[in-house]
Design a binder for this molecule. Structure first.
Ligand SMILES: Cc1ncc(COP(=O)(O)O)c(C=O)c1O
Length: 421
């Protein structure tokens, strides 16, 4: 008997980021010399107080309420208030198995089309597709660092008749590394208010902000309509722990009972020891702050190093201001690449992997037109544990040190340069 599969799922391909990770690791294990710029996994160890708390709580075996451990929800609310000035009450915070799952459940239960800036993270589109939801990538411009502008959102909304709309704003951004300015957020907030938009502010990289100014999220300017999501995957390097959260404002309290029911009928709760491990990070952030900031400084150096190399080579690339990604385009080499049969970002990334051993992702996976020759680069191919020991203090760091600190990144840039010449 042939199984009949739900059409929405049958046409889904495996998540591009997970696919490239498996492929690059397989090629490496077969002995190929791969520079893996395809997957955004933080390479550092989990902060020690969190690891210890996880070990000490391994005996906990009970189910926890679907909302999550009350102490953890309180700690998360307090952390986001003191770090970013948000005002979420802990009763409306959900702990889930990664923010990805919670974003999916929110996208599933909220009516209205889903808008995202183009480029945006690979999973939002497929999540909308599973729910047969109208998905609207809004084109942004390189000159603005691909940050969504209020006029672009306004233009899109004025053509839509839906009474409610959703916007996912990922800030700092995967794939571009850009961070919205407070002015941009204020302007976007006004448009959101005017057009009845519920914002899911995906702030999984909020603690990996390179700027001198503290990070600001749109919840500061549009508190009544912003659900903020984040988790332990990036700043705490604990992606495999699978713990994220969604914070719902009082004004959207109507979401809480159906989301609670949805959680109870699906994943039930996040594993208890993991919740206690995460608690050790948020409850006493000062015990891990230094570690998180040092990892951030290394991410910053890696991003700025690659940015400099890409610019030297002749690629167009906004300078990353956070997260661990860059979004360089090869438009200056369009003719040359076309003569080699490369006319799409998909072909560009495939040929780069085959001919140079550099793994990265095509811009088309991030909702960019396929003929725009842009790729997503993750700048984390290095030994994080070793670098935490070897990385010089900020005032001792000079650009000449970068190739030694990040040999795989230096190698990748060199291979791309040779391939283009
Ligand atoms: C933009 C963005 N949002 C969400 C996630 C998912 O994070 P989590 O591990 O909390 O599910 C990722 C992970 O790569 C991401 O890059």
């Amino acid at each position: 008997m042939q199984p009949v599969i739900n059409n929405q799922i049958d046409n889904l391909k495996e998540s591009a980021t997970l696919f490239i990770n498996q492929l690059a690791l397989k090629l490496r294990s077969e002995g190929h010399n791969i520079c893996h710029l395809g997957f955004g996994e933080s390479p550092f160890p989990v902060p020690e107080p969190m690891r210890i708390a996880l070990q000490e709580n391994a005996y906990r075996k009970q189910y926890i309420s679907g909302y999550g451990l009350p102490e953890l929800r309180k700690a998360v609310a307090g952390f986001f208030e003191s770090e970013f000035g948000y005002n979420y009450s802990f009763e409306k915070i959900f702990i889930g198995p990664g923010s990805k799952e919670l974003i999916f459940q929110l996208v599933y239960l909220l009516e209205g089309p889903l808008m995202v800036p183009a480029p945006s993270w690979v999973s939002y589109g497929p999540q909308a597709k599973i729910r047969s939801k109208t998905f609207i990538p809004i084109p942004t411009e390189r000159k603005n660092g691909y940050r969504l502008q209020a006029e672009e959102l306004e233009k899109t909304c004025s053509g839509l008749s839906f009474p409610q709309k959703l916007l996912i704003l990922n800030n700092p951004s995967n794939p571009t590394g850009s961070v919205h300015t407070p002015e941009e957020l204020k302007d976007l907030a006004e448009v959101c208010r005017k057009h009845a938009i519920i914002v899911i502010s995906d702030e999984i990289y909020a603690l990996t902000n390179f700027g001198e100014q503290p990070f600001e999220g749109i919840a500061k300017y549009f508190p009544e309509g912003t659900i903020t999501t984040s988790g332990v995957s990036k700043a705490f390097s604990a992606g495999g722990w699978r713990l994220g959260f969604a914070m719902i404002p009082d004004e959207l309290a109507k979401i809480v009972p159906p989301l609670s029911a949805f959680v109870s009928e699906t994943f039930s709760c996040v594993s208890a020891p993991i919740q206690y491990g995460a608690l050790a990070g948020f409850e006493n952030y000062d015990s891990v702050r230094k570690h998180v900031e040092r990892c951030r400084d290394i991410h910053c150096a890696a991003g700025h190093f690659l940015h400099q190399r890409f610019t030297d080579i002749g690629l167009n690339c906004p300078k990353p201001q956070g997260a661990f990604y860059l979004f360089p385009d090869f438009e200056n080499f369009k003719e040359k690449l076309s003569s080699r049969g490369i006319t799409t970002s998909e072909k560009l990334s495939r040929r780069l992997l085959e001919e140079t051993g550099v793994a990265l992702l095509p811009g088309s996976d991030f909702y960019m037109p396929n003929d725009f020759l842009v790729v997503r680069v993750a700048s984390v191919d290095y030994d994080g544990a070793q670098l935490l020991k070897d990385f010089p203090m900020k005032n001792k760091l000079t650009p000449e040190m970068f190739p030694n600190l990040f040999p795989k990144l230096a190698d990748a840039a060199e291979r791309i340069e040779k391939w283009l010449s």
